[in-house]
Structures are given as C-alpha cells and as structure tokens.
Ligand binder design. Structure first.
Ligand SMILES: C[S@@+](CC[C@H](N)C(=O)[O-])C[C@H]1O[C@@H](n2cnc3c(N)ncnc32)[C@H](O)[C@@H]1O
Length: 268
C-alpha cells in the first residue's frame, strides 16, 4: 500500500474545500484583525483533509482486497457450515487465503500454528483437499481451544487438525525469561514445514511472539515457510527482524493490508 493513498478526484475535492475554507478564514481574519486565524487554520484543515482522504482510500482498497480473498476462500475450501467470523482477534481473510495457497502448492506435511481459530479450520480444509499433513494448533486459552475443537468437529475436520492446550508460562530464551507456551506442548515437534505465528496475544508481554524464533527455529524443516501475522504492529518488529535475518533474502513476502502479514521462506 502506498504511503499516501489519494486519488485524483480526492485532490480536486480537497483543493475546492481548502479554497472555501481559506475564503472563510480570511474573512474571519479581516473581521477580527487576527491574521493568525487563516495562517494556522488553513494548513491545519489541509492536513486533516489529506489524512481523512488517505485513510478513506486505504480502507476502500483493503475492502476490495478482502472481498477477493473471501471469494477465494469460499471457492477453494467450500465449507459445509459458515466459518467462524473473521474478527479483529482472528486471522484476516488475507492471511487465510495465503495459507490455503501455501498448503495447496507445497503440501506441507507438518503444519504448526500458534493461536487457534478460523485459520485452523481453513487450513484443515485445505490440508484435507491437498493431501497435506495434519495441522497442530497450540492455544494458551482452554476456552478458545475448546471452541476451535468444537468447530473442527462440526466441520468434519477432526482428523485433519488437532488443538493442543499450551498454557503460557515463564520460559528461558537467549534474551532472558519470557512468557510463552509451555515446553510440554512442543514435545516431539520437529521437521515443521509450515509455521504460523499468530499467538500468544500481545497482552501476554512485550515481544510476545518473538520466543517462537528462539524456540522453534531449530525445529523447522529445510525450506520451511514461516507466516507471521500482525507484522504491522510495533511489538512484532523484533520477531519480524529475527525471522528476516535467517530467511532467504528473496523469500520474504509482505501481504498488503493494515494488520501486516509476512511470509518467509527458510533456506533449503
Ligand atoms: C490472534 S488470536 C489467534 C487467531 C487465530 N489464528 C484465528 O485465525 O482465529 C490469538 C489467541 O487469542 C485468543 N482469542 C481468539 N479470539 C479471541 C477473542 N475474541 N477474545 C479474546 N481472545 C481471543 C485465542 O486464545 C488465540 O489463541
């Protein structure tokens, strides 16, 4: 997405409105003798109008992308029941669509996800259709883990995805002690072909998702894909930097969108 998303018709509208505002504020300045009124308010108005137009365009563009991704998801997996809603907590349609694409194209045998939800269902559908392996999803919250399990059952996908209760505990990392998933949930995990980092939630501590880099990197298979959600958030910066430093230089793909989804390919 460009830094400033403003269309030609917006610029004309903004110029017109700013012109009108200029006339009104010049009149106000002349009547009161306060020339700081137009001097300060006109640039302020212009800045605000540009900002509003930018966010309006960016949201419009994102809606178009989202519609395309939802259509793709619907036709690619044809769910037997409505999927759980995509919310601000869940993965975005952009992420879900990319996960389907990765599973269809590369048929990963070991798929591990941190943070269960609609993405678990979508991947289980894609894995079943593509003949890929089972999805293993770690969830720190027993309530959400149970909801995802119920949804998997309802969609007839229990054989294609498993949700593991993984309480958040203090773990030792190369950067000191952090709050992350209990090591017992990672038992016997190796040769991961596709890793999705969409948990734990940020309220669990600073750089909440960074430990995945330290604790799961060695468990990836050669040529594995790592998908990071929420990379537009400042607290995911450390995580993104660490993963980018070991990914193939031409294997880093940013998916446009407000939340930020980054797909990284590890060396083979
Ligand atoms: C970012 S969410 C994971 C979303 C998941 N990948 C999906 O596509 O729906 C991370 C964690 O937040 C928790 N969670 C999910 N939805 C929630 C909600 N509406 N309110 C509070 N916590 C939620 C779950 O425990 C989940 O593991």
């Amino acid at each position: 997405m460009s830094l400033i998303a403003i269309k030609h018709e917006d610029s004309r509208r903004i110029a017109l409105l700013t012109g009108l505002f200029l006339i009104v504020s010049l009149a106000a300045g002349a009547m009161t003798g306060c020339w700081w009124i137009p001097a300060l308010s006109v640039p302020g108005f212009l800045g605000l109008a540009l900002l509003v137009a930018h966010y309006h365009r960016a949201a419009e563009e994102e809606r178009i992308f989202q519609d395309q991704d939802l259509q793709f998801i619907q036709s690619a997996i044809a769910p037997v029941h409505p999927l759980p809603y995509f919310t601000r907590w869940s993965s975005s349609p952009a992420l879900a669509a990319r996960l389907i694409g990765l599973i269809r194209t590369h048929r990963p045998q070991r798929i591990v996800e941190l943070g269960s939800g609609v993405s678990t269902l979508v991947m289980a559908y894609a894995a079943r259709e593509a003949g890929a392996g089972e999805v293993l999803s770690l969830d720190h919250d027993p309530e959400y883990a149970a909801i995802t399990r119920r949804n998997l059952d309802a969609h007839g996908l229990a054989a294609h995805a498993r949700v593991v209760d993984a309480p958040l505990v203090g773990v030792e990392t190369s950067r000191g002690r952090r709050i992350w998933y209990a090591a017992s949930a990672l038992d016997d995990l190796s040769g991961i072909d596709l890793l999705i980092v969409d948990g734990p939630p940020r309220k669990s501590g600073p750089d909440a998702r960074w430990p995945a880099f330290d604790l799961l990197r060695e468990r990836l298979a050669p040529g594995a894909f790592v998908v990071l959600d929420d990379t537009a958030r400042s607290d995911e910066k450390a995580s993104l930097e660490s993963w980018s430093s070991v990914a193939l230089p031409d294997g880093i793909q940013q998916i446009p969108g407000r939340k930020g989804v980054t797909i990284l390919r590890m060396p083979g």
